[in-house]
Design a protein around this ligand. Structure first.
Ligand SMILES: [Cu+2]
Length: 84
């Protein structure tokens, strides 16, 4: 589970086994623009997440891949998923 709070992905960097489903949950108070989880390389792009909304994706790609992502409306929000 990755929490979105105070314009930050928490934790910012995660390492998971191949096949792990990761869920992002928007824990902002609702006044911020709805965040997204958006792959830098276009691998995935969640819908806008309202307060309390969640988005899940299974990382079944080849082990050893690193995926950088960001938040659509707040490009300074960055995160990384590493599949080992
Ligand atoms: Cu954001």
């Amino acid at each position: 589970m990755i929490f979105i709070r105070n314009f930050t992905f928490i934790p910012q960097s995660v390492t998971v086994k191949r096949g792990t489903k990761i869920t992002w949950v928007n824990c902002e108070d609702g006044t911020a623009d709805p965040p997204t989880s958006t792959s830098d390389a276009g691998v995935w792009d969640s819908p806008s997440l309202g307060s309390g909304d969640a988005y899940s994706r299974t990382f079944d790609s080849t082990a050893g891949s690193t995926f950088d992502y960001h938040c659509g409306p707040h490009p300074f929000m960055k995160g990384t998923v590493e599949v080992e």
